[in-house]
Design a protein around this ligand. Structure first.
Ligand code: AVJ
Ligand code: FE
Length: 370
């Protein structure tokens, strides 16, 4: 019998898997294997990758066991296999895919029985259950990637928990809040789960600035489009009378003017901020202001910052999570979206994507020098 933290870990792993399976429950195998977009993986790839990543860390690395299916891991290496190639790979599909997911999970729970996840554990991977937290976050994060793809599936019935998140939109406050200049501690504290890119926590000197109290609502983005001819967000379609509809998942629903704008590229977000006589906040400003803000949680927010290492960064536990992406190709997003599991949300969390991407659930809030 597992007790205490191990039982809690097993429950959390179960909950994560239930959510993954809930997402694909309305779909058939053809839909799981289908390539809906060259920039998004087929759902079957995400599913196999989730299970293979679990096998790699929680069975092979921690349990010192051999992989179930030899070289399978290469197919699910995200760096080796760019998204556009994933549809053609000989990945696991259908019944074989489902049994692999179940078989890996069975071994994961066996290994869990044998390890020490206490704060005194010698292995930093196991100490306070770090590697389990990482695997939970990984599955949750892939659920969000899957939800990005699911926006392309006509008629897809969104699970109720997400419908509810989308429906709760606090009315936007168009004012700004003043944040004092000074030294701010940025990044995750040394203890507790966080990704390597959030560490080490370090002081950052900020000049005084103002930042929007709410994310930019659709009504403001529409005004920007009308005045400048800027491109609409992804999934906005014409209603035939000069207005716009939300067409995600093949729907045709009125755009809620009060909801935060979503599915913007970084370029659209940056263009909006300039048009408004403002700018995107830096990721440090965003983190420093975060406790005073509302409306976090509908869409990720683009910042003006490139995805760079914090001073003193050390890759842990693998270089391909963060380090491989550092540089000026990727922009940082902060906050969380309606599709983000609450366990992934924390003030120091750094998301990143290419500035031209619009399939992510991303909007913005503006800042300006005070
Ligand atoms: C943090 C969302 C940019 O999807 O590339 C998943 C998360 N890393 N598996 C990504 C991730 C490895 C990552 N993002
Ligand atoms: Fe992954």
């Amino acid at each position: 019998m597992t007790t205490g933290p191990k039982a809690a870990i097993a429950d959390l792993l179960r909950e994560a898997r239930e959510r993954t399976l809930e997402l694909i429950d309305p779909l058939d195998d053809e839909q799981l294997n289908r390539v809906y977009s060259p920039i998004l993986s087929p759902l079957a790839w995400d599913l196999g990758h989730i299970a293979n990543f679990e096998e790699l860390w929680l069975v092979q690395t921690i349990g010192d066991r051999e992989p179930l299916r030899g070289e399978l891991g290469r197919l699910y290496d995200a760096i080796e296999n760019p998204r556009r190639t994933r549809g053609e790979l000989p990945i696991l599909r259908d019944a074989e895919l489902r049994s692999y997911m179940t078989d890996v999970r069975e071994r994961t729970l066996e290994v869990l029985e044998t390890v020490d996840v206490s704060p005194e554990a010698e292995d930093p991977l196991l100490r306070e259950g770090f590697v389990y937290e990482m695997l939970l976050a990984h599955e949750h994060q892939h659920n969000e990637t899957m939800l990005q793809l699911l926006q392309l599936v006509v008629g897809y019935p969104l699970p109720r928990r997400y419908e509810e998140r989308l429906a709760t939109v606090p009315p936007p406050d168009l004012g700004m809040v003043l944040v004092d200049g000074g030294s701010y501690e940025i990044g995750a504290p040394p203890r507790g789960f966080a990704y390597d890119n959030e560490r080490p926590r370090h002081p950052v000197e900020l000049a005084p600035f103002e930042i929007d109290r709410s994310p930019v609502p659709n009504s403001s983005y529409l005004q920007y489009m009308e005045e400048t001819g800027a491109e609409p967000p992804m999934y906005w379609g014409r209603d035939g009378e000069g207005g716009w509809l939300d067409t995600a998942r093949g729907r045709r629903e009125p755009i809620d003017p009060e909801a935060p704008a979503i599915h913007l590229t970084w370029h659209q977000a940056d263009g909006f901020a300039r048009w408004a006589g403002k700018r995107l906040p830096s990721e440090h400003e965003w983190e420093a202001a975060r406790p005073q803000l509302d409306g976090v949680g509908h869409s990720w927010e683009w910042t003006g910052s490139d995805f760079l290492a914090y001073p003193g960064f050390e890759a842990f536990p693998y270089r391909e999570y963060s380090e491989a992406f550092f540089g000026d190709d990727y922009k940082v997003l902060r906050g969380s979206s309606w599709a983000t599991h609450p366990r992934v949300v924390r003030p120091s969390f750094r998301n990143w994507d290419l500035p031209a991407r619009s399939q992510i659930f991303a909007g913005l809030r503006c800042a300006r020098d005070a």
